[in-house]
Design a protein around this ligand. Structure first.
Ligand code: PEP
Length: 246
């Protein structure tokens, strides 16, 4: 099976309503003919509805940057998968390293959020990645085992994985295409061990960490890399469109 690339833009805590509208006015025509990949933008919660409206009838999909695992309840400040789905989103990021670092997210929490996303009909982009290069394999093994390995085969078939080495996020130090491909191969190996060769071959693994229009093409030339999760460079419509149109 051909893996269709996914190019995601994680806006983090940037852009208000007016900036969101203006982004899509510029971005829409630039990707009108970009049929080679799925395009998903992850604005802050408050911008989701306006982003869904601004992309209605286009190939651009909208996702949230996080969710809480309960369906509803007394959880001040939290947002559930069904609320995100109801607003018209298709995807949600789970386990981003900034959530792990600043908000205490654990692998167990990532698993609960992934299950909640799937239950709500959202596609979770499950993030993993080492903080330091030297212990990459041990960290990836543990993250995979705890946060993904417990899914059923049917659930695994519906997730997308994002490999985001923390040392590459927001640092202008992207992984080399070869290093990223090796890490993806390692993660695919974990997937094979847990879910079998076919499932491992089908799962999309995105690379994230300082991707720019300059290195998108060489990274995508690696058959192991099935797209990107882009932070900083997704804030500008022209720069994100050149990544989409690598
Ligand atoms: C991210 O936060 O997911 C990310 C990859 O950020 P950046 O592209 O800015 O490194």
């Amino acid at each position: 099976m051909m893996r269709i690339p996914v190019i995601g833009g994680n806006w983090k805590m940037y852009k208000d309503l007016a900036e969101t509208t203006s982004f899509f006015e510029s971005f829409r025509p630039l990707v009108e003919r970009s049929e080679h990949c799925e395009i998903v933008i992850f604005p802050p919660f408050l911008d989701l509805e306006i982003a869904v409206t601004a992309t209605c009838g286009t190939r651009i999909q909208i996702g949230a940057q996080d969710l809480y695992w309960a369906k509803e309840g007394a959880f001040t400040g939290e947002v559930s998968g069904s609320m995100i789905r109801a607003v018209g989103c298709s995807h949600v990021i789970v386990g981003h390293s900034e959530r792990r670092q600043y908000f205490g997210e654990t692998n167990e929490g990532v698993l609960k959020k992934t299950l909640a996303a799937l239950d709500s009909g959202l596609t979770p982009i499950v993030c993993m990645g080492e903080r330091e290069k030297k212990n990459a394999k041990a960290v990836l093994t543990e993250q995979f085992r705890c946060a993904i390995g417990a899914l059923s085969a049917g659930q695994f078939a519906r997730i997308v994985i994002a490999y985001e080495p923390v040392w590459a996020i927001g640092t202008s130090e992207a992984a080399t295409p070869e290093d990223a491909a090796n890490a993806h191969q390692f993660i695919r190996g974990q997937a094979k061990g847990s879910f079998g060769a076919e499932a491992a071959n089908n799962v999309r693994i995105l690379y994230g960490g300082s991707v720019t229009p300059n290195d998108a093409k060489s990274l995508m030339a690696q058959s192991e890399i099935d797209g990107f999760l882009v932070g900083g460079a997704s804030l500008d419509p022209v720069s994100f469109a050149s990544i989409v149109n690598f």
